[in-house]
Write a new protein. Structure first.
Length: 102
């Protein structure tokens, strides 16, 4: 008996939704194509959400940073450092401007 794959009508919880490409393009323009982490001059290739999407963070220009792969890894591997420098935000620390999608 041949089995066909199931097609989900609803995204599984925890599955990341794609980031809006227009917002990512605007963030990349804002950064001039370079990493927005202080002291880094590498080429930015990754959009990073300061207020994580898994915690309800929006896809807004104010919430997304353009970062290189090295800095992106450092942000997620060293959360204490990232929270201290503002590269990650806790939900109660997120300013109201991050909720604005403009």
């Amino acid at each position: 008996m041949k089995r066909t794959p199931l097609k989900r009508k609803v995204r599984l919880r925890g599955t990341p939704r794609p980031t809006d490409p227009q917002v990512v393009a605007a963030v990349m323009r804002r950064s001039g194509g370079t990493c927005e982490v202080d002291g880094c001059a590498r080429k930015a290739k990754h959009p990073h959400h300061r207020w994580m999407r898994s915690h309800g963070g929006p896809d807004s220009e104010a919430n997304i940073l353009a970062v290189c792969s090295t800095c992106h890894r450092r942000i997620h591997d060293s959360p204490a450092w990232a929270y201290k420098h503002g590269y990650l935000l806790r939900s109660w620390e997120a300013p109201a401007r991050l909720l604005d999608n403009g």
